[in-house]
Design a binder for this molecule. Structure first.
Ligand code: SIN
Length: 287
């Protein structure tokens, strides 16, 4: 399953979190200067495990930004409220009196962009006493476990992705879905076409690249024709054995790979605040 789980590292400890994906990185304090060697090992762990998690980090926004910048160019979020004075950091916030949360169904951030984001660096500032966990699922395993026949069907296909139905004009009236968003519907206009099966730019492994929030249909197929197969893939991709459940504590920071995973933020902590700071990193064109 997590075939790279036992690789050895010199400057960090890497502890796998599930058989499918995810690893905790130990021995790093993100407030201090990090050598290129150590960052190289963290990047390797990220390539190997798709989600990496560091605990007990006491970070100012400047530390969060500096760490995120090591991964690539920061993508300024056009839909979420930014942290005051730090446009690079988007707030993922749910207040005690709010009902809906951000990201509560399985999805991949930014698949609606022409060049989808590499990943996100999410820092937990305030978490509920229980609940508010995030689930991740491995799209490598989702792809690799399909039959040869299904792989052959999907391999040449492309699919259209969009943000219009979530962030665009049509979604504006759904007040509850606006919690924590700045509303910017005019920027939710470009649909994007991506391969249904991508070759991951870091690992070279094949991964399934459709998701239930943003994928509209297969290219050349109607939405109605696409729906049964997409629904099957959404159900398949969420199989428990492909997943990791991340339990946050204040001070936990996680980086996930959008090209190799889905994620889903559980909304099971009504009456409590959950405040996360998210920085998203630009990616490369997918093929
Ligand atoms: C997101 O979808 O980016 C939010 C994830 C989370 O709040 O756990």
């Amino acid at each position: 399953m997590n075939i790279h789980a036992r690789k050895s590292y010199d400057t960090i400890d890497v502890v796998p979190m599930s058989s499918a994906l995810g690893a905790e990185i130990r021995g790093v304090d993100l407030r201090t200067e990090m050598s290129d060697r150590q960052f190289g090992e963290i990047r390797q762990a990220f390539a190997d495990h798709s989600v990496i998690v560091l605990r007990d980090q006491d970070l100012a926004p400047e530390h969060h930004i500096a760490f995120a910048q090591r991964w690539g160019t920061i993508n300024i979020n056009r839909f979420f409220r930014a942290v005051d004075g730090h446009p690079q950091i988007a707030e993922v916030r749910k207040e005690p009196d709010q009902e809906s949360n951000i990201g509560s169904s399985w999805h991949t951030d930014h698949s609606y962009d022409q060049v989808p984001a590499m990943g996100s660096v999410l820092y937990a500032r305030e978490v509920p006493p229980l609940g508010g966990d995030t689930l991740f699922s491995s799209m490598y395993l989702a792809y690799e476990s399909l039959s040869a026949g299904m792989k052959a069907t999907l391999d040449g296909l492309k699919a259209w992705h969009s943000s219009r139905h979530t962030f665009g004009q049509a979604a504006r009236s759904a007040e509850s879905s606006q919690d924590g968003r700045i509303g910017n519907p005019d920027t939710a206009t470009q649909d994007a076409l991506h391969p249904v099966v991508i070759t991951h730019p870091l690992s070279g492994r094949k991964a399934l690249y459709v998701n239930s929030n943003f994928t509209l249909r297969f290219d050349g197929w109607t939405p109605e024709e696409s729906a049964p197969l997409l629904d099957y893939l959404y159900q398949h991709g969420a199989r428990p054995e492909f997943t990791l459940r991340l339990v946050w504590q204040a001070g936990t920071i996680a980086i996930w790979d959008n090209r190799a995973t889905w994620h889903c933020a559980l909304n099971d902590y009504h009456g409590h605040r959950r405040l996360m700071h998210r920085i998203t990193i630009d990616g490369v064109p997918l093929s």
